[in-house]
Ligand binder design. Sequence first.
Ligand code: 3PG
Length: 219
Amino acid sequence: MIDKQLPSTRTAELDSICLKAEVLPVITIERLEDAVPVARALVDGGLQVLEITLRTACALDAVARIREALPGASIGVGTVLTPAQYRQAEQAGADFVVTPGATEALYRYGIESPVPMLPGVASVSEVMTGWQYGYRRFKFFPAEASGGVATLKAFSAPLAEARFCPTGGINVDNAGDYLALDNVMCVGGTWLTPKALIDAEDWDGIRELARQAADRFHH
Ligand code: 3PG
């Protein structure tokens, strides 16, 4: 039974975060010391909304460091699979939480949490589950493998109020096709932080990728 719903102010909070940048870099930090330089390069390049994935042991420390060094950035914690990880993200100072898919437990926890969640969905039924809890903003993942632009276009008829951040297989060449859709708020992806550039500590290279994306896809 669904006894509690997400307040609509939560949807507005996510909108104000997503409106800050059309491209959301998805970042995996392997070495803690890379966290601030990578984030600074992206912010200097014009992308101030970042998602740090919980895929490495140092991810939460990375979030805390970026939070302190770059107070103007909006920091999301991604790859959140459980309410316990959601809580850890809150404690690390996350502005928002992103999940690859969604569970009833996450939907329920997201209603209680002070930090908004962008739950992952890949089908109409999954959106409808979130909808019952009051969620109207979702990550569409894995975007390309789930039918991409055509699927999102089809979502817009029955799910008129829902808006998405597609992620998974998005790059500089196809991002514009997604951003042209009315139900797309922003797009996410790892293409702005290639492992080779991070390993080479090529912060200028990352800043340039961010700048290109910011120039090409601005609101
Ligand atoms: C994510 O978690 O959002 C994805 O790993 C990003 O997908 P991409 O690597 O295809 O951009």
